[in-house]
Design a protein around this ligand. Structure first.
Ligand code: SF4
Ligand code: SF4
Length: 713
């Protein structure tokens, strides 16, 4: 496609006061070697401003639009035009008008540089050619418990075919063996019937749901839209083509044999609340396991092993309500039996607080806050010791039956999905074995595109929350199929039509791209040459940053493009005393933080030029090299938080960048530069107030080192 580039300058929002826009127009034309022309409008985001651009596209053959106005994070719909029009933005408002001194020489120089960088970028951008594939509108649900059934029904009712695989010989999971459930209706005092049988029937009768019971997954290969599924059902192999996957493999109770200090195993009369639920729902009776007698006193020990660094450090969210529910069932069955609930904290969020209050009104239920230290267990007579945090003294409570409210652990690490992926057969998990990803921004997401999790395998929750969670994950799965059909990315670059292209003639089979891709996108052949699966790709560019041969690029993002943008920055001579700094910043947290700082008019040094990256993990060492050779006095790389509580939208991007930058020393030695000229820092969006201060301090301190001796070469 022959590009007809037009650059649209906005003079609104103070841009026209901050910089000489007619002069910027000259800069734009010069940078494009007069292949582009320009227009100016006093408010480009107004209906008239947009109409002007639309008209130019329709009647003037403009097919590459560069909007020099506000941040690309605002007015996205206003400046969205259908492909094949190329669209890009220059944030003159956030990087210049809001943060620099209006009319100043340095301000004009900054605006000129941003225009040169923007024009260079759009000149290097190629029209989108999305990897459109045939997709199958079907969802695989793995696990036939309450979450899996809800996901299956949601997807099927939305018109999608569902294949549900359950390893047991019946559907329902844990909930199928439970009695009545927590109150779900006002006044939130009365237990409700378990409706699991109706759900099972709805799933089994649904015309769009195929249920495989007593079934295990032999393998899943391929990519979203066209996963190849092999299921073993009673020794027979079934094949299915699947569009997206929801894993709902649920939970299992924490292993109570690890809780010897709470008497488990020492007496039959110390049981878990899962065991109590089974007894109550199957027999409709309350008995003491050691002798079958009706216990006169039942003590519930809350947080048994939970919120305990030696066992499960997290809260399982449901145990408090389960114990209160079981206390009510016990009191209804055996009015002469007293119930004591010993808790660290009672956690009954939302309307469940009303249920908790109703339990407090029962004189046969005693609730006490404290830390249970020991259960001395002999059949038929037990003593529970507790440090009572309210009285400040130790207390001992006798019990005929002790119930341990143990927490939930996810069923995530067994052979479940059997993915035929180079990076492993199951979903990567975090510290506590829950499938891991950036849940703060993207619930249901996993590190494998097109595979979502819902219910207790994702995080502890009750069965009603599981059903809501299932709806969310099912919708995400459907959305993924729709995006894949268009060749578009899912979150966080939702709708992006680009994908990494590999110039494999120059591949040295070093495998860095395969190993560093956070999403397991790349398989490889026997020689180690990467085999891309565009449907699995999130378009982060981490592979691009990893490749030492620089042979991975996108239509609108490449090593050459960013390198050319750096070269477009004018670096004044040493005697002009106008240092230059380049800051490579992640578009996910840092650009929003800079936008917030700009909105608050926080001043930023006029010597800094920001380059927005898809992820800090896409940083190629060449860019840092180019910057220093060009005479930049310092380089900043600013990305999202890494580590255990990472916020990187692409999992390990900022961490990988840190590792790569540790290898830059050789360049610094070669260029006779001080290591302090390069800084890698992590910020979150919430740090927007301190981010400009850190940038300004870095500029000030690096300036004290004197100018980069490579200026002018
Ligand atoms: S590293 Fe990112 S851009 Fe590269 S293949 Fe993997 S997901 Fe796609
Ligand atoms: S990083 Fe580059 S050279 Fe190495 S295997 Fe991947 S494509 Fe080939």
């Amino acid at each position: 496609m022959d590009k007809k580039i037009r650059i649209y300058f906005c003079t609104g929002c103070g841009i026209g006061d901050a910089a000489d826009v007619p002069d910027l127009e000259k800069t734009a034309k010069k940078t494009s070697k007069n292949t582009a022309d320009t227009r100016t409008h006093e408010m480009l985001c107004s209906p008239e401003g947009r109409a002007m651009i639309e008209r130019d596209i329709a009647t003037d053959g403009v097919n590459a639009v560069l909007v020099a106005a506000c941040s690309a994070r605002v007015h996205q719909d206003t400046f969205r035009f259908d492909p094949p029009t190329i669209i890009d933005r220059i944030a003159l408002r956030e990087h210049v008008a809001y943060v620099l001194t209006p009319g100043d020489e340095d301000t004009q120089m900054a605006a000129d540089d941003y225009v040169r960088m923007g024009v260079t970028k759009v000149m290097k951008t190629e029209p989108m050619a999305p990897a459109v594939t045939e997709v199958t509108a079907s969802v695989l649900v793995v696990g036939g418990g309450v979450t899996g059934m809800a996901a299956a029904l949601e997807a099927a009712n939305a018109g999608v075919r569902v294949v549900l695989v359950e390893k047991q010989d019946k559907l329902g999971g844990w909930v199928a063996s439970w009695g009545r459930k927590f109150p779900t209706r006002p006044p939130y005092r009365d237990l409700v019937d378990n409706d699991i049988d109706a759900r099972i029937e709805a799933v089994e009768k649904h015309e769009r749901i195929t249920v495989y019971k007593s079934a295990t997954i032999k393998s899943i290969s391929g990519q979203p839209g066209e996963f190849d599924l092999r299921v073993l059902v009673g020794g027979e192999e079934k094949k299915e083509t699947i569009g997206a996957i929801v894993q709902t493999t649920g939970w299992r109770p924490y292993d109570a044999t690890k809780l010897a200090h709470l008497g488990y195993g020492a007496s039959k009369d110390v049981i878990t609340h899962v065991e109590l639920e089974k007894q109550l729902s199957e027999t409709g009776k309350l008995v003491r396991p050691s002798d079958g007698a009706v216990p006169r006193s039942v003590v519930f020990v809350q947080c048994a092993g939970s919120r305990d660094p030696n066992h499960l450090p997290y809260c399982s969210a449901v145990c408090c309500r389960t114990s209160l529910k079981q206390a009510k069932v016990i009191r209804d069955l055996c009015p002469d039996t007293g119930v004591t609930v010993l808790y660290k904290d009672i956690r009954t969020p939302g309307q469940y607080e009303l249920f908790y209050k109703s339990m407090q009104e029962d004189p046969g239920i005693f609730l006490a806050k404290g830390e249970v230290t020991e259960v001395v267990a002999e059949d038929g007579a037990m003593t529970v010791s507790m440090k009572d945090s309210l009285l400040g003294s130790a207390v001992e409570i006798g019990a005929d039956l002790v119930v341990l409210a143990v927490g939930m652990t996810p069923v995530s690490e067994e052979p479940i999905l059997n993915l035929a992926y180079r990076r492993g057969p199951e979903l990567p998990v975090g510290k506590y074995a829950f499938p891991d990803s950036d849940f703060i921004c993207f619930p249901y997401e996993t590190q494998r595109t097109g595979i979502y999790t819902a219910g207790c395998v994702r995080e502890p929750m009750d069965s009603d929350a599981c059903c809501e969670d299932a709806a969310g994950a099912a919708l995400k799965a459907i959305q993924c199929i729709a995006c894949t059909a268009r060749g578009a990315a899912v979150h966080p670059r939702a709708g992006d039509l680009t994908f990494p292209e590999f110039f494999l003639n120059r591949c040295t089979q070093c495998k860095r791209c395969t190993e560093e891709c956070p999403f397991g996108t790349l398989d490889e052949d026997e020689k180690g040459t990467p085999k891309p699966n565009p449907g699995r790709c999130r378009r982060c560019g981490v592979c691009m940053g990893a490749c030492p041969e620089r042979i991975i690029s996108f239509k609108n993002y490449s090593v050459d493009m960013i390198g050319s943008m750096i070269k477009a920055i004018e670096v004044p001579e040493e005697d002009e005393e106008k240092p230059r700094f380049v800051a490579f910043v992640c578009e996910n947290d840092i650009i929003p933080a800079l936008d917030l700082a700009a909105a608050a008019r926080k001043k930023i040094s006029p010597w800094v030029r920001f380059v927005s990256l898809r992820c800090l993990g896409s940083t190629n060492l060449q860019w840092v090299n180019d910057s220093l050779i060009k005479g930049m006095d310092g380089v900043m790389l600013i990305g999202c938080k890494s580590g255990e509580d990472y916020q990187c939208h692409f999992i390990k991007g900022s961490e990988l960048c840190g590792v790569r930058m540790s290898k830059i020393q050789e360049t610094l030695v070669r260029l006779a530069l001080e290591p302090e000229r390069i800084a890698v820092r992590e910020f979150s969006m919430g740090d927007w107030e301190t981010l400009p201060d850190w940038i300004n301090e870095f500029v000030e301190k690096t300036n004290e080192l004197g100018p980069n001796p490579n200026k002018g070469f």
